[in-house]
Ligand binder design. Structure first.
Ligand code: ASP
Ligand code: MG
Length: 489
């Protein structure tokens, strides 16, 4: 079984939904599949604006609901003309949305549980349309709401998945169903133990896909988006960036954390333990290159990609009195930071956060009685790869290249053995990415480093048995891996 997830840009209009249909159709010829969909591109943003907009502004809001309705009805009319049942379902979902929006207008407030119901509407509209389009193409398909298969806590807006309860629900609802029909599951949505709808965080449909992949022990999860996989650097900034054929789970997780927007931050965790590969593929270039994300022993060591948070701020925090309360306050706040470098013994901490969070973090630290210096206008550029710390020449080469071109460093830290971050002035952001890409990602360097590292790892593996390479899990996963491995880019 495979799980195929299609993002908002892949289902943005009727033509694109038909492209999805042809991908799903050929995938379903190879075996059972579960489809996960996002809302039609842009719809969640509009719903967020409805939920968060001025509560007294009822008239214009009603107009927005009508626009959302018209868009979905016109897409449905194109992909599945005459599907009256799906049309009624859309009307009913929009009626519910209208009531919620009117309600928050009257009470002048939008409680988190209501906000979740509003912003979940996008997926509740897209899944029936995609299912209808598959049926119109001659396949058997049914929409399934995430509330039926994803169990979460009650933390609205960023709900955490309960893996055990979800596995139980998903297996019961989907395992038999896939034999006769393609379930089209709404991404992004779950329900707590009382059945109240929740959402997993913006971009959370990727997580729905990997959570279901793990629950159903899928042979792989495919994230279909609008680019050919995970790139060596943000292509918008670095002209020579290219898609990576292989990336380890850890690298993919670090990339999401440090600003590469391809995957939602929590996507990898559910499949990592089981060794289920994740493919990142392009809906608009289904035969083109793609990225395979899997276990670390299967990818060569070395620097593989660059990610960046363009607008960041450094918070230098100092505690005047040495009590545990200060450390406690900083520890809580650092969970919302990109990087937390601690020198707790001296009562000093350096935190790096996204610029958009910096002001509120500053205020919170301030009210905890800490002295804070905020340095805005910086960027965090992160080099990501496998077993980086075992290859100090990678960091050496990176720093040398930046130094030669006079890039001043505002900070330097390695948050894990898969990444090291340099903090630079925002004005040096683009140049730093280009310099590091030239220094580290040129194919001949990458290949040379990779083969040296591979020799190294294999030698160590021979010396001390199987400590460096987990051969048993390797064997267990070999078949599904070879099946899933993409052609080299
Ligand atoms: N529709 C949701 C969002 O835009 C979830 C997703 O697309 O993954 O955030
Ligand atoms: Mg996405």
């Amino acid at each position: 079984m495979r799980v195929l997830k299609f993002g908002g840009s892949s289902v943005a209009d009727a033509d694109r939904i038909r492209k999805v249909g042809s991908i799903v159709s050929s995938a379903s010829e190879e075996g059972p599949i579960v489809v996960v969909v996002s809302a039609l591109g842009g719809v969640t943003d509009e719903l967020v604006a409805l939920a968060d907009g001025a509560p007294n502004d009822r008239e214009p809001l009603a107009g927005n609901v009508d626009t959302i309705l018209r868009r979905h009805l016109s897409v449905l009319a194109e992909v599945a003309p005459g599907d009256g049942e799906t049309r009624s379902e859309i009307m009913a979902t929009i009626d519910e949305l209208r009531r919620l929006v009117t309600g928050i207008g009257y009470i002048g407030d939008c409680p988190p549980a209501v906000r979740d119901r509003i912003i979940a509407t996008g997926e509740r509209l897209s899944a029936p349309i995609v299912a209808a389009s598959l049926r119109a193409a001659g396949l058997s398909a049914q929409p399934v709401c995430g509330t039926e298969v994803i169990r979460t806590d009650s933390c609205h807006g960023t709900a955490e998945v309960d893996p055990a309860a979800t596995t139980d629900l998903a297996r019961r609802r989907l395992l038999d169903a896939v034999a006769s029909s393609i379930p089209v599951v709404t991404g992004f949505i779950g329900a707590d133990r009382h059945g109240t709808p929740t959402t997993l965080g913006r971009g959370g449909s990727d997580l729905t896909a990997t959570v279901l992949g793990a629950a159903l022990e899928a042979e792989r999860v495919e994230i279909w988006t609008d680019v050919n996989g995970i790139f060596t650097a943000p292509p918008r900034v670095v002209a020579g960036a290219r898609p990576q054929p292989y990336v380890s789970y850890d690298e993919a997780a670090e990339m999401a954390r440090f600003g590469a927007a391809v995957l939602f931050t929590k996507t990898i965790a559910p499949v990592r333990e089981l060794g289920i590969p994740v493919l990142v593929r392009n809906t608009f270039d289904p035969d083109g290159s793609m990225t395979w994300v899997g276990r670390e022993p299967d990818v060569p060591a070395g620097a593989r990609s660059l990610a960046s948070v363009e607008h960041a701020a450094v918070l230098k925090v100092r505690s005047l009195c040495r009590d545990g309360a200060a450390a406690g306050a900083v520890a809580v706040i650092s969970q919302r930071c990109l990087i937390a470098a601690t020198a707790a013994a001296s009562g000093e901490w350096t935190l790096v956060a996204a610029q958009s969070d910096a002001e509120s973090l500053h205020r919170e630290l301030d009210t905890s009685g800490l002295e804070v210096e905020l340095i805005g206008g910086t960027s965090v550029v992160t080099v990501i790869g496998s077993r980086l710390l075992q290859q100090p020449w990678v960091a050496g080469r990176a720093l040398e290249a930046l130094g030669r071109r006079n890039i001043a460093l505002r900070g330097l830290v390695s948050p894990s053995e898969h990444a090291f971050c340099v903090v630079v002035d925002h004005t040096d952001h683009d140049r730093s990415l280009a310099i590091l890409h030239d220094a580290l990602m040129l194919p001949h360097l990458a290949e040379r480093a990779a083969s040296a590292a591979r020799r190294d790892v294999l030698r160590k593996g021979d010396d001390n048995g199987s400590t460096t390479i987990d051969r048993s899990s390797d064997r267990r996963n070999r078949d599904r891996r070879t099946a899933a491995r993409p052609p080299a880019a």
